[in-house]
Design a protein. Sequence first.
Length: 318
Amino acid sequence: MFTRSDSRPISVVTGGAGFLGSHLTDRLLSEGHRVIGVDNLITGSCANIEHLAGNDCYRFIKHDVSNYIFLPDDVDFVFHFASPASPIDYLELPIPTLKVGALGTHNTLGLAKAKGARFLLASTSECYGDPLVHPQREDYWGNVNPIGPRGVYDEAKRFAEAITMAYHRFHHVDTKIVRIFNTYGPRMRLRDGRVVPAFIGQALRGESLTIFGDGSQTRSFCYVSDLIDGIFRLAKSDFHEPVNIGNPREMTILQFAQQIQKITGTKSQIEHRPLPVDDPKVRQPDIGRAKAVLHWEPKVDFDDGIRRTIDYFQSRLD
């Protein structure tokens, strides 16, 4: 059991075996935290945290946070990162996605309240839906289809933000909300359906790169270490409104596919498929708030980050 018998902070990371949760865990440990990772492993993987085996400052609990959470430990920070996060996942797991966004957020806020801990919600740029404002600022309320196939994720996160602010205002819990834009890097699942692992995997296997629609829709890609740095700064801040964390460097999906072709040297061609329902046409963060409040902006060059990610996926295919 972790207690406040020494000065090292104690952090709970839900979704701790996931792509972002595992990178956040590494950052927290490097900053002197003791970490309790919680994950039910429906999309997370123990391979992401196997390097922590035997670390006295880390403990893993297999648990679904949509159910009541009991921890005897003292807790200083609760980072709620548990959720399916790719279209393939939340279309296959619509009910668990809604439950972890609603019940899971309620339970983790309750844990933070009971322990007197700071709480940070991993929200998403999907709160903006298919935006009518570009780039997206935190004061934009979004354009979301609540009953469309993507609504299970979008509305779960929007509810999560609402209950987080309610706990802050009514129970005076010290809460933070990060709206995460497209992020990439090692430990992404090769077949999770998101564009970065999809294109890299297809290129490395010599398959056609599949673009949905004409490829004119835009995305902005942030390397994982930059994202985690922004999140860590937000957790230490006294700011409570949502903060966009992402890289404002915007490109079309077609341009991204062409970059992958160039960097990997693949002979793969591009294949066009029908655009999914409610797929956002544009996505670019306005990071003015992150710059002003957190003194944060991304540092990793796109080509450098993509090469690191390709090397990671190549090692998994060998």
